[in-house]
Design a protein around this ligand. Structure first.
Ligand code: ATP
Length: 288
């Protein structure tokens, strides 16, 4: 039987870097939000062992090179359950290398399906621990919704949901290297940090406007000059009626939050003429 699981994209309402750790990772503080822009991950369990992972984008890695394959391998390794054959096909809708954790979300979707099918008694926390072995964003992607992510991104605290709104996400046609951006950050020299506690208070009050005003991503301070379109898209989103706009993750995608649907759809149409990877979406709820 084939099970098709949505793998929602994540946006960073905030992204803060607190310092570098002895293990080489950075200590992060991020408010993550999943949105309805999603890949479709079809998983079929087969009686004979073997891992067949494919995607409708031919340039993506197959098998264990794909994050979905890494996730499947980690599931059987960590649970000790007998290895089953697995056929996974991913229909990509989330842009690749976009700061939206598309690959991590595909891996998380596979983990959710495997837990449901083979280990229904496993807690969400234990599944998230397995996800942490696959990648820093995978534990969050297992959970989805509105979450404070700390540590490498794996220490998760549920937050009240972002109030209903409409979101336009726009990915310009270049990529940004995440390690390159981290290398540019000198934490002591960052001029601003997101006011994470104020965002949290706004979410607790269900105040969309106050929450939108707290969007902030420290990576925007260290973007190389060639990333100027990020700021162009931000100001276009604001001109087109967004309450606020920010880059997500290590970019280059930018999103704007709108109170009303009509201006958001109109903004997506206008931006889509120049940037074909422009999407209209809404906040998504928790997965598990
Ligand atoms: P993040 O926001 O977590 O930094 P991203 O959105 O920038 O992620 P992804 O699209 O998740 O980047 O992943 C990009 C890299 O991972 C590419 O090099 C791609 O080849 C590889 N990859 C492996 N599996 C997948 C997958 N299922 N979907 C997308 N990319 C994948």
């Amino acid at each position: 039987m084939t099970c098709t699981e949505p793998a929602y994209a994540k946006l960073n309402l905030t992204l803060d870097i607190l310092g570098k750790r002895p293990d080489g990772y950075h200590d992060m503080r991020m408010v993550m939000q999943s949105v309805t822009l999603a890949d479709e991950v079809s998983v079929e369990l087969l009686p004979e062992p073997g891992l067949d992972i494919t995607a409708d984008l031919p340039f993506l890695p197959r098998g264990e090179g794909n994050i979905a394959g890494k996730a499947a391998a980690a599931f059987f390794r960590e649970t000790g359950l007998p290895q089953r054959g697995l056929s996974v096909h991913i229909r990509k809708h989330i842009p690749v290398c976009a700061g939206m954790a598309g690959g991590s979300s595909d891996g998380a979707a596979v983990l959710r399906v495997l837990r449901r099918a083979l280990a229904p008694e496993m807690s969400r926390e234990d599944l998230e621990k397995i996800g942490g072995q696959v990648g820093s964003d995978v534990p969050y992607c297992i959970r989805g919704g509105t979450v404070l992510a700390e540590g490498r991104g794996e220490v998760l605290t549920d937050l009240p949901p972002l109030p209903p709104c409409h979101i336009v996400v726009c990915k310009p046609q270049f990529s940004v290297s995440t390690p390159e951006l981290f290398a540019q950050v000198r934490v002591q020299r960052l001029r601003f940090h997101p006011r994470t506690e104020e965002l949290r208070a706004a979410l607790e009050q269900g105040d969309l406007e106050a929450a939108a005003l707290r969007l902030y991503n420290v990576f925007e301070e260290v973007l190389p000059r060639r990333c100027a379109p990020v700021f162009e898209i931000k100001s276009r989103l604001l001109d087109l009626g967004a309450m606020a706009a920010s880059m997500t993750g290590s970019g280059p995608s930018v999103f704007g939050i709108f109170r009303d649907e009509e201006p958001a759809r109109a903004a997506a149409e206008v931006l889509g003429e120049q940037f074909p990877q422009t999407f209209f979406c809404r906040p998504a709820e928790k997965n598990v």
